[in-house]
Design a protein around this ligand. Sequence first.
Ligand SMILES: Cc1cc2nc3c(=O)[nH]c(=O)nc-3n(C[C@H](O)[C@H](O)[C@H](O)COP(=O)(O)O)c2cc1C
Length: 192
Amino acid sequence: MKVLSLLGSPRANGNTALVLRYLEQKLEEKGLEINRIHVGGLSIQGCKECFGCKRDDESLCCFDDDAIHVLRDILAADVILWASPTFCWGFPAQLKALMDRMYCLLKWKEGEEGYRSMLEGKLMALLVTAGGEEKDNADILGKAYQQMVSFMKCRSVGIVYIAPWCDESPLNREVCTKLDEFVDSFVSAKIK
Ligand SMILES: Cc1cc2nc3c(=O)[nH]c(=O)nc-3n(C[C@H](O)[C@H](O)[C@H](O)COP(=O)(O)O)c2cc1C
């Protein structure tokens, strides 16, 4: 099973990267293949609403920037693992821009009912870190993620919140237990 982990923080070695590395190592130990992209370090613009992607059933976004190779990797993966800090009660701008550009993976024809998702049946998972609490803060990202999973006709492995962040011992026993349980959800999703 190929997991594409998408690190949304601008910091390649920040808080989210630290817990993501732990998670990736555990997933590798279970035999899953990991490909990480540091989305926060890429140059990705938002959707231009040109609707060029709706001209046919196959094409990706017309705007040629770093999003294109990420979109290709998303299509090739079995699981998309989003890893994000909470920035102003939402996803950091770079990750949000990529999510908006994923609009090109939804296909429909004028006058026809319904739509096709190029990601139909794929698995997604979400890891969120936050300086503050989970409730009414980090969980806002979880809500948006769940909407995306449903709209993209994907399935969710689950969500793990590491909030509030603990600088003194970020990978403390409670955090590791949460992450280990999250890894188990991947394994059961693989069996189904
Ligand atoms: C621009 C910015 C906005 C932030 N907004 C929030 C917020 O709305 N809620 C919160 O709990 N933490 C917020 N934080 C704290 C980060 O979510 C937290 O420190 C996170 O673990 C950073 O992860 P990183 O090192 O991977 O970027 C913010 C941090 C920054 C830099």
